[in-house]
Design a protein around this ligand. Structure first.
Ligand SMILES: [Zn+2]
Length: 207
């Protein structure tokens, strides 16, 4: 009788484990992708500073960068809230305009510890991130429906998502899709519910 009970209990435990891993899989219908081990910035980007410099011909650069950060700061119930600083040393997310010859590359993000670049796939957390926006980027990839300024802002918002720890999503109607079609086709210029869920997984909910 006693033995039977132990068997029954371990059967129940197994079922609970099976069910919870199954449940986890279906919950991942949340449409974001994280780096391995949920790797992220070493501390939440809350009450922290961003810095930017540079400019891109024909683009409202400063307001685009600020608008992208504002779209992230406006996400409710997240530890994402950043302020602008003109002092680079205070910043944990820097945005620069750079010259990349491939016009299809709109922006890229580097993950940094001090002056050392790290891979977000290495399992090492990073202290700050450096975003580079391409002076030669094809910002008019807009099918006549979305302004170049909006494509730029959306691209900065996408790179900020990387800086916070989001990898590319497989869903084209989310900010972290690896093609700016999310802006030109779906009018997404900032984080969606998918990205909010992603950063909540990484840094927790605020309330
Ligand atoms: Zn990307």
């Amino acid at each position: 009788m006693k033995k039977y009970r132990i068997l029954l209990m371990s059967l129940i435990a197994t079922l609970i484990i099976l069910f919870s891993s199954f449940y986890k899989v279906s919950a991942a219908g949340e449409r974001y992708t994280l780096f391995p081990g949920n790797n992220r910035m070493s501390s939440a980007p809350y009450n922290k500073y961003y810095y930017y410099d540079g400019g891109i011909s024909g683009i409202a650069y400063n307001s685009g960068v600020e608008g992208a950060f504002t779209s992230w700061s406006n996400t409710s119930n997240t530890y994402i809230w950043m302020m602008h600083t003109s002092k680079q040393s205070s910043s944990i997310v820097d945005v620069h305009s750079v010259n990349i010859s491939d016009a299809n590359i709109l922006g890229q993000t580097w993950f940094m510890n001090g002056s050392t670049q790290i891979s977000p796939y290495s399992g090492t957390r990073w202290y700050w991130a450096k975003i580079e926006m391409n002076i030669n980027g094809n910002w008019t990839v807009n099918n006549g429906t979305t302004s170049a300024n909006n494509v730029f802002k959306a691209s900065v918002a996408h790179e900020i998502g990387h800086a916070f720890g989001l990898d590319h999503s497989i869903y084209e109607d989310t900010l972290m899709y690896d093609n700016v079609i999310f802006a030109t086709k779906y009018n997404i210029f900032g984080p969606t519910a998918a990205e909010v869920a992603g950063v909540q997984t990484l840094y927790g909910k605020r309330y």
